[in-house]
Design a protein. Structure first.
Lengths: 115, 116
């Protein structure tokens, strides 16, 4: 069964340091997509980064990069040079299907950036 | 481009009462999703529409929850009668599914329900 696992309920990082948020997934599909979303305390879900299952290079978007290891079924988010505004919940999500997509989410990791 | 609109933002009701949430997706987005997010958990899909047809409602508690998207645009999610465990944020999302795009979900701000 399709599944997303985030094993870190909470993480702390010092401002300006890098942090890695873990995500593993399980799927029998060959074509799928992996996403990371940020959810600040205000509640909105903000799309950060995307990795397609056939993409050979790791995705990067500014300070965000996705460490995609297909054989290990992991899609970890790396945030470089952490800022206080990065404090939020982070969700890993997977898109499956063809034509009509289905998205499932992990349980999230709460990141706190310390000054 | 206007984002996904949801209302109301907050609702407090007594158990066994009814409540309705409204969502207007981004213009042109064919697929609309309703998620339930209980405090401290990830979003859980309740129902998925493509245009005005239901694609997946396998996790919708149909004895109390209903949803419709009559003209393939805006959607309403109803709970009747509400239970204490329905306290959650109800997130609406839409997706463009445009060729070449990653197909990320665009979320509204959510409707926070408290059932007393």
């Amino acid at each position: 069964a399709q599944k997303i696992t985030q094993t870190q309920p909470g993480m702390f990082v010092q401002e300006k340091e890098a942090v890695t948020l873990d995500c593993t997934y399980d799927t029998s599909d060959q074509s799928y997509g992996l996403f990371w979303y940020k959810q600040p305390s205000s509640g909105e879900m903000i799309f950060l980064i995307y990795q397609g299952s056939y993409d050979e290079q790791n995705a990067t978007e500014g300070r965000y990069s996705l460490n995609f290891q297909k054989a290990r079924k992991s899609a970890n988010l790396v945030i470089s040079a952490s800022q206080l505004g990065d404090s939020a919940m982070y969700f890993c999500a997977m898109r499956e299907g063809f034509g009509t997509y289905k998205y499932i989410f992990g349980t999230g990791t709460r990141l706190k950036v310390l000054a | 481009e206007a984002g996904v609109a949801q209302s109301p933002r907050y609702k407090i009701i007594e158990k066994r009462q009814s409540v309705a949430f409204w969502c207007n997706p981004i213009s042109g987005h064919a697929t609309l999703y309703w998620y339930q997010q209980i405090l401290g958990q990830g979003p859980k899909l309740l129902i998925q529409f493509q245009n005005n047809g239901v694609v997946d409602d396998s996790q919708l508690p149909k004895d109390r929850f209903s949803a419709e998207r009559l003209k393939g645009v805006d959607s309403t999610l109803k709970i009747q009668p509400a239970k204490l465990e329905d306290s959650a944020v109800y997130l609406c999302a839409s997706s463009p599914l445009t060729r070449g795009s990653p197909g990320e979900l665009f979320f509204g701000e959510g409707s926070r329900l408290t059932v007393l």
